[in-house]
Design a protein around this ligand. Structure first.
Ligand code: SAH
Length: 398
């Protein structure tokens, strides 16, 4: 029940399905495997959404595709996804959560984050983009208790090449408030700017990890590498870090981090140098700290995705190896390393084997305190291992 059928797995296309059209995927005997949506432009030639039940009524088992992926089907899927978040208590009016998580919710190609009354919507499938009216209606209908005022469309680089989907960031409905939205995450506040052209938002997938590792920061000098808008850094300061150094390559992210410091009454920490923000490349920055002999009691590594496809995996593994090796060189003996990987194509097992290599090469023993993943609003589907994309390993390094 993996939802992706790659072009190379298809023996023959019968008929002439159009881009985004409904297709039946059948096995070599002509027996139905599943219903999906076709995209001749994509390596993921068919995304599968529905499998016939082995038992059930004739209609459920039948080969009549007509109603397989109709409006009612999408409404049921979306209702179920929203109901899951409601059950988690994540729909309070001022809260933020991932409302729909693509393959994790059986809706491959649609991701929706909710920031209070504003939705940030991402389409990574041409076929679902074509069905956006139906999907957006279904989402609004599923939220009678906290109706969204607006939805913004967010796009990802490379989507045109991958899906043949030509879309730009913009408003899908409603109007955005003027300034940034403010969200509260365990007592730490963050401004989230969803205006057009500013591809920001927040990394909601690290929410539980930020809270879980913060206590380790107490009394330590902390480096938050790839700090974005100061997520781990602000939690570390709140938990009593001695100092925090935030590093990111994006000037816009650092600007927002500065604003977030003010939002939390932490401008003094910046002024007094207890918190520094630096625009730099993570690798070069760590190298420079290593060479000048600077050591930290805790380092957080939260780099962006290193590979989009399986072809990029070897290079991603080398990237993780060198980043972690540099971090270990900057960590005082017994320091805490929080090392993350959000590359779906790199499994937890492979990530751990990279860390084992780092241990072997540096001669510094790791003791893993905790192996963390993603929060419950970013569900993992056992049939799609790539949904378990976030690895967060917390370890002390001798
Ligand atoms: N830790 C953050 C999320 C980090 S997302 C949080 O909790 O909110 C990854 C970040 O890495 C992005 O902000 C991106 O700008 C930054 N980044 C990408 N490439 C980088 C590089 N080479 N050096 C430093 N930062 C980089």
């Amino acid at each position: 029940h993996h939802p992706w059928v790659f072009s190379g797995a298809i023996h023959r296309v019968e008929g002439s399905p159009g881009a985004g059209g409904l297709v039946e995927v059948v096995d070599c005997d002509g027996d139905l495997i599943a219903w999906g949506l076709f995209n001749p432009h994509s390596q993921i030639r068919v995304r599968l959404y529905r499998w016939p039940m082995p038992t059930g009524t004739e209609a459920e088992r039948g080969r009549d595709a007509a109603g397989a992926l109709d409006g009612a089907f999408w409404r049921r899927r979306i209702q179920a996804a929203v109901q899951h978040r409601r059950g988690l208590g994540l729909l309070d009016p001022a809260g933020a959560c991932r409302l729909i998580s693509s393959e994790g919710d059986g809706i491959s190609g649609l991701t929706v984050d909710r920031y209070g009354s504003v939705l940030a919507v991402q389409f990574t499938s041409l076929a679902l983009w074509q069905r956006r009216e139906t999907l957006l209606h279904a989402i609004r209908d599923a939220l009678p208790d906290c109706p969204p005022d607006a939805a913004v469309l967010r796009t990802e680089k490379g989507i045109l090449e991958e899906e043949g989907l030509e879309i730009r960031d913009g408003i899908l409905f409603g109007e955005l408030p003027d300034g940034p939205l403010t969200i509260d995450e365990g007592g730490v506040r963050f401004g989230v700017d969803l205006r057009i052209g500013q591809k920001t938002g927040a990394y909601l997938d690290q929410r539980d990890n930020r809270a879980a590792v913060a206590p380790w920061a107490k009394g330590r000098d902390v480096a938050d590498v790839c700090c974005y808008t100061g997520g781990f850094a602000l939690h570390a300061l709140a938990a009593g870090a001695r100092s925090v150094a935030g590093v990111d390559v994006s000037a816009g992210a650092l600007e927002r981090a500065r604003a977030n410091a003010a939002l939390n009454g932490r401008s003094d920490d910046l002024d007094a140098g207890r918190w520094t923000l630096e625009k730099a490349d993570a690798f070069r920055w760590l190298q420079a700290r290593r060479d000048e002999g600077r050591r930290f009691g805790m380092i957080v590594l939260d780099p962006p995705r290193f590979a989009r496809s399986s072809r990029g995996v070897p290079q991603a593994l080398r990237g993780y190896a060198s980043l972690n090796e540099l971090a270990v060189a900057c960590l005082e003996p017994g320091g805490v390393l929080v090392t993350c990987s959000c590359t779906g194509r790199v499994s937890r097992e492979r990530f751990l084997s990279v860390l084992a290599g780092v241990e072997a090469r540096t001669g510094r023993r790791w003791r893993i305190l905790e192996q963390r993943g993603q929060p419950a609003d970013h569900p993992v589907a056992p049939t799609c291992p790539e949904t378990a994309y976030l690895k967060c390993v917390v370890a002390t390094v001798e």
